[in-house]
Write a protein that binds this ligand. Structure first.
Ligand code: PEP
Ligand code: MN
Length: 264
Protein backbone atom coordinates (compact mmCIF):
# COMPACT_ATOMS: atom_id res chain seq x y z
CA UNK A 1 0.00 0.00 0.00
CA UNK A 2 1.26 3.44 -0.94
CA UNK A 3 0.25 4.96 2.42
CA UNK A 4 2.01 2.25 4.45
CA UNK A 5 5.25 2.34 6.40
CA UNK A 6 6.38 -0.72 4.47
CA UNK A 7 6.13 1.21 1.21
CA UNK A 8 7.93 4.27 2.59
CA UNK A 9 9.92 3.97 5.82
CA UNK A 10 10.67 7.65 6.49
CA UNK A 11 8.06 10.18 7.57
CA UNK A 12 6.80 12.02 4.49
CA UNK A 13 6.74 15.81 4.38
CA UNK A 14 4.19 17.72 2.32
CA UNK A 15 4.77 21.24 1.05
CA UNK A 16 1.86 23.67 1.09
CA UNK A 17 3.26 26.59 -0.85
CA UNK A 18 6.55 27.17 0.95
CA UNK A 19 5.32 25.67 4.21
CA UNK A 20 6.64 22.23 5.11
CA UNK A 21 4.21 19.93 6.94
CA UNK A 22 5.52 16.76 8.57
CA UNK A 23 9.07 15.48 8.80
CA UNK A 24 9.57 17.60 11.93
CA UNK A 25 7.67 20.71 10.78
CA UNK A 26 4.34 21.63 12.32
CA UNK A 27 1.36 22.93 10.35
CA UNK A 28 -0.46 25.60 12.31
CA UNK A 29 -3.68 25.95 10.31
CA UNK A 30 -6.07 28.63 11.50
CA UNK A 31 -8.88 30.85 10.31
CA UNK A 32 -12.64 31.20 10.43
CA UNK A 33 -14.91 28.24 9.67
CA UNK A 34 -16.29 30.02 6.63
CA UNK A 35 -15.17 32.90 4.46
CA UNK A 36 -17.89 35.44 5.34
CA UNK A 37 -16.58 38.74 4.02
CA UNK A 38 -13.30 40.40 3.13
CA UNK A 39 -13.34 42.30 6.44
CA UNK A 40 -13.73 39.25 8.70
CA UNK A 41 -11.18 37.24 6.70
CA UNK A 42 -8.69 40.09 6.82
CA UNK A 43 -9.14 40.67 10.56
CA UNK A 44 -8.85 36.99 11.49
CA UNK A 45 -5.86 36.49 9.18
CA UNK A 46 -4.05 39.44 10.74
CA UNK A 47 -4.42 37.89 14.20
CA UNK A 48 -3.60 34.30 13.30
CA UNK A 49 -0.55 35.46 11.35
CA UNK A 50 0.57 37.45 14.40
CA UNK A 51 0.10 34.33 16.52
CA UNK A 52 2.35 32.33 14.23
CA UNK A 53 -0.12 30.33 12.15
CA UNK A 54 1.52 29.27 8.90
CA UNK A 55 -1.51 28.20 6.82
CA UNK A 56 -4.78 30.15 6.53
CA UNK A 57 -8.13 28.35 6.34
CA UNK A 58 -11.67 29.39 5.43
CA UNK A 59 -14.51 27.48 3.79
CA UNK A 60 -16.16 28.82 0.63
CA UNK A 61 -18.20 25.66 0.05
CA UNK A 62 -19.70 24.58 3.37
CA UNK A 63 -21.15 21.12 4.08
CA UNK A 64 -24.10 22.10 6.29
CA UNK A 65 -26.49 19.71 8.00
CA UNK A 66 -29.44 21.95 7.04
CA UNK A 67 -30.00 23.11 3.46
CA UNK A 68 -31.34 26.37 4.93
CA UNK A 69 -28.04 27.19 6.69
CA UNK A 70 -25.39 29.40 5.07
CA UNK A 71 -23.80 27.33 2.31
CA UNK A 72 -20.68 29.42 1.79
CA UNK A 73 -19.75 32.25 -0.58
CA UNK A 74 -18.56 29.98 -3.39
CA UNK A 75 -16.11 31.50 -5.88
CA UNK A 76 -16.42 34.96 -4.31
CA UNK A 77 -15.22 33.40 -1.07
CA UNK A 78 -12.31 31.69 -2.83
CA UNK A 79 -11.23 35.06 -4.24
CA UNK A 80 -11.31 36.68 -0.81
CA UNK A 81 -9.36 33.82 0.76
CA UNK A 82 -6.71 34.05 -1.99
CA UNK A 83 -6.37 37.83 -1.68
CA UNK A 84 -6.06 37.72 2.09
CA UNK A 85 -3.64 34.79 2.00
CA UNK A 86 -1.45 36.75 -0.42
CA UNK A 87 -1.69 39.89 1.71
CA UNK A 88 -0.35 38.04 4.77
CA UNK A 89 1.96 35.75 2.79
CA UNK A 90 0.18 32.59 3.92
CA UNK A 91 -0.80 29.59 1.80
CA UNK A 92 -4.53 28.85 1.98
CA UNK A 93 -6.57 25.68 2.45
CA UNK A 94 -10.26 25.40 1.66
CA UNK A 95 -12.79 22.61 1.29
CA UNK A 96 -13.88 21.15 -2.03
CA UNK A 97 -17.14 19.20 -1.85
CA UNK A 98 -17.81 18.22 -5.43
CA UNK A 99 -15.62 16.57 -8.09
CA UNK A 100 -16.92 19.16 -10.58
CA UNK A 101 -15.46 21.97 -8.47
CA UNK A 102 -11.94 20.64 -8.07
CA UNK A 103 -10.56 22.67 -11.00
CA UNK A 104 -12.21 25.84 -9.74
CA UNK A 105 -10.90 25.43 -6.20
CA UNK A 106 -7.42 24.59 -7.54
CA UNK A 107 -7.31 28.01 -9.24
CA UNK A 108 -7.43 29.74 -5.83
CA UNK A 109 -6.23 27.32 -3.14
CA UNK A 110 -2.78 26.05 -2.16
CA UNK A 111 -4.29 22.99 -0.46
CA UNK A 112 -7.58 21.16 -0.98
CA UNK A 113 -9.54 20.14 2.09
CA UNK A 114 -11.62 16.98 1.94
CA UNK A 115 -14.25 17.23 4.66
CA UNK A 116 -15.19 14.52 7.13
CA UNK A 117 -18.51 14.02 5.34
CA UNK A 118 -16.70 13.30 2.10
CA UNK A 119 -13.92 11.03 3.32
CA UNK A 120 -15.53 8.13 1.49
CA UNK A 121 -16.78 10.06 -1.51
CA UNK A 122 -14.63 7.92 -3.76
CA UNK A 123 -15.17 9.90 -6.96
CA UNK A 124 -14.09 13.06 -5.14
CA UNK A 125 -11.04 11.25 -3.73
CA UNK A 126 -10.06 10.18 -7.25
CA UNK A 127 -10.54 13.68 -8.61
CA UNK A 128 -8.36 15.34 -5.95
CA UNK A 129 -5.91 12.49 -6.54
CA UNK A 130 -5.51 13.83 -10.09
CA UNK A 131 -5.11 17.43 -8.93
CA UNK A 132 -1.71 19.05 -8.59
CA UNK A 133 -2.33 20.38 -5.08
CA UNK A 134 -1.69 18.92 -1.64
CA UNK A 135 -4.73 17.52 0.13
CA UNK A 136 -5.88 17.80 3.74
CA UNK A 137 -8.08 14.76 4.24
CA UNK A 138 -10.25 14.73 7.35
CA UNK A 139 -11.30 11.57 9.10
CA UNK A 140 -14.92 10.65 8.55
CA UNK A 141 -17.07 10.91 11.65
CA UNK A 142 -17.71 7.18 11.63
CA UNK A 143 -14.57 6.04 9.86
CA UNK A 144 -11.98 3.74 11.41
CA UNK A 145 -8.28 4.48 11.17
CA UNK A 146 -8.11 1.69 8.59
CA UNK A 147 -10.90 3.34 6.55
CA UNK A 148 -9.01 6.66 6.70
CA UNK A 149 -5.82 5.09 5.39
CA UNK A 150 -7.74 3.36 2.58
CA UNK A 151 -9.29 6.69 1.57
CA UNK A 152 -5.82 8.25 1.47
CA UNK A 153 -4.83 5.31 -0.72
CA UNK A 154 -7.39 6.42 -3.33
CA UNK A 155 -5.67 9.81 -3.60
CA UNK A 156 -2.15 8.37 -3.67
CA UNK A 157 -3.12 5.74 -6.24
CA UNK A 158 -4.16 8.50 -8.67
CA UNK A 159 -0.67 9.98 -8.44
CA UNK A 160 -1.06 12.69 -5.81
CA UNK A 161 1.54 11.94 -3.11
CA UNK A 162 0.84 15.03 -1.02
CA UNK A 163 -1.72 13.89 1.52
CA UNK A 164 -2.00 15.17 5.09
CA UNK A 165 -4.44 13.32 7.35
CA UNK A 166 -6.55 15.03 9.99
CA UNK A 167 -8.09 13.54 13.12
CA UNK A 168 -11.23 15.59 13.90
CA UNK A 169 -13.15 13.33 16.27
CA UNK A 170 -15.73 10.64 15.70
CA UNK A 171 -19.38 10.28 16.67
CA UNK A 172 -19.98 8.69 20.05
CA UNK A 173 -22.49 8.44 22.91
CA UNK A 174 -20.73 11.31 24.66
CA UNK A 175 -22.85 14.40 24.24
CA UNK A 176 -20.87 17.01 26.17
CA UNK A 177 -18.45 17.39 23.26
CA UNK A 178 -19.34 17.73 19.59
CA UNK A 179 -17.41 14.60 18.65
CA UNK A 180 -15.02 12.32 20.52
CA UNK A 181 -11.39 13.12 19.85
CA UNK A 182 -9.41 9.96 19.17
CA UNK A 183 -5.95 11.12 20.21
CA UNK A 184 -4.58 7.60 19.82
CA UNK A 185 -5.20 7.94 16.09
CA UNK A 186 -2.02 10.04 15.93
CA UNK A 187 0.51 7.41 17.09
CA UNK A 188 -1.72 4.72 15.58
CA UNK A 189 -1.42 6.28 12.11
CA UNK A 190 2.27 7.05 12.63
CA UNK A 191 2.91 3.38 13.30
CA UNK A 192 1.21 2.27 10.10
CA UNK A 193 1.79 5.13 7.70
CA UNK A 194 4.44 7.63 6.60
CA UNK A 195 1.83 10.33 5.94
CA UNK A 196 1.68 13.44 8.14
CA UNK A 197 -1.30 13.66 10.50
CA UNK A 198 -2.62 16.76 12.21
CA UNK A 199 -5.43 17.22 14.75
CA UNK A 200 -8.48 19.51 14.63
CA UNK A 201 -9.64 20.02 18.23
CA UNK A 202 -12.17 22.65 17.09
CA UNK A 203 -14.47 20.22 15.30
CA UNK A 204 -13.48 17.34 17.60
CA UNK A 205 -14.61 19.04 20.80
CA UNK A 206 -16.74 21.94 19.61
CA UNK A 207 -15.64 23.72 22.79
CA UNK A 208 -13.22 26.64 23.07
CA UNK A 209 -12.48 25.70 26.71
CA UNK A 210 -11.13 22.30 25.61
CA UNK A 211 -9.28 23.32 22.44
CA UNK A 212 -6.01 24.58 24.01
CA UNK A 213 -5.38 21.46 26.11
CA UNK A 214 -6.26 19.20 23.18
CA UNK A 215 -3.85 21.13 20.94
CA UNK A 216 -1.10 20.63 23.50
CA UNK A 217 -1.98 16.95 23.75
CA UNK A 218 -1.83 16.68 19.95
CA UNK A 219 1.68 18.07 19.76
CA UNK A 220 2.76 15.87 22.69
CA UNK A 221 1.28 12.82 20.93
CA UNK A 222 3.40 13.48 17.87
CA UNK A 223 0.93 15.25 15.59
CA UNK A 224 2.37 17.22 12.66
CA UNK A 225 0.23 20.21 13.45
CA UNK A 226 -3.15 21.47 14.52
CA UNK A 227 -6.17 22.97 12.80
CA UNK A 228 -8.06 25.60 14.79
CA UNK A 229 -11.03 27.85 14.03
CA UNK A 230 -10.67 31.46 15.08
CA UNK A 231 -13.17 34.32 14.82
CA UNK A 232 -13.02 37.92 16.01
CA UNK A 233 -16.74 37.93 16.79
CA UNK A 234 -17.92 34.31 17.33
CA UNK A 235 -21.51 35.29 18.19
CA UNK A 236 -21.88 36.78 14.72
CA UNK A 237 -20.13 33.93 12.85
CA UNK A 238 -22.08 32.38 9.95
CA UNK A 239 -21.00 28.86 10.97
CA UNK A 240 -19.32 27.11 13.91
CA UNK A 241 -19.26 30.31 16.01
CA UNK A 242 -19.63 28.47 19.35
CA UNK A 243 -16.35 26.59 18.84
CA UNK A 244 -14.26 29.52 17.60
CA UNK A 245 -11.33 30.75 19.65
CA UNK A 246 -11.02 34.49 20.12
CA UNK A 247 -7.86 36.06 18.71
CA UNK A 248 -6.25 36.54 22.14
CA UNK A 249 -6.99 32.92 23.07
CA UNK A 250 -5.34 31.80 19.85
CA UNK A 251 -2.27 33.95 20.55
CA UNK A 252 -1.87 32.41 24.02
CA UNK A 253 -2.34 28.92 22.61
CA UNK A 254 0.32 29.42 19.95
CA UNK A 255 2.81 30.62 22.54
CA UNK A 256 2.14 27.49 24.61
CA UNK A 257 2.52 25.24 21.57
CA UNK A 258 5.82 26.82 20.58
CA UNK A 259 7.20 26.31 24.09
CA UNK A 260 5.93 22.74 24.15
CA UNK A 261 7.34 21.88 20.72
CA UNK A 262 10.72 23.34 21.68
CA UNK A 263 10.77 21.24 24.86
CA UNK A 264 10.01 17.96 23.10
C1 PEP B 1 -14.52 22.50 8.56
O1 PEP B 1 -13.29 22.35 8.58
O2 PEP B 1 -15.07 23.61 8.67
C2 PEP B 1 -15.37 21.28 8.52
C3 PEP B 1 -16.59 21.32 7.99
O3 PEP B 1 -14.78 20.21 9.10
P1 PEP B 1 -15.24 18.66 9.15
O4 PEP B 1 -15.31 18.21 7.73
O5 PEP B 1 -14.14 18.01 9.93
O6 PEP B 1 -16.57 18.59 9.86
MN1 MN C 1 -16.10 24.52 10.82
Amino acid sequence: KLASREFHKEDSAVYVGKVKVGGGSLAMIAGPCAVESYEVMDTVAKYVKAGGANILRGGAFKPRTSPYSFQGMGEDGLKILRDVGDKYDMPVVTEVMDPRQVDLVCRYADMLQLGARNMQNFDLLKEVGRAKKPVLMKRGMSATVKDMLMSAEYILAEGNKDVVLCERGVRSFEDSTRNMLDMSAVPNVKGQSHLPIIVDPSHATGRPDLIPSMCRASVAAGADGVHVEVHNCPEKAMSDGPQALLPHQFLDLMGDLRRLAAAL
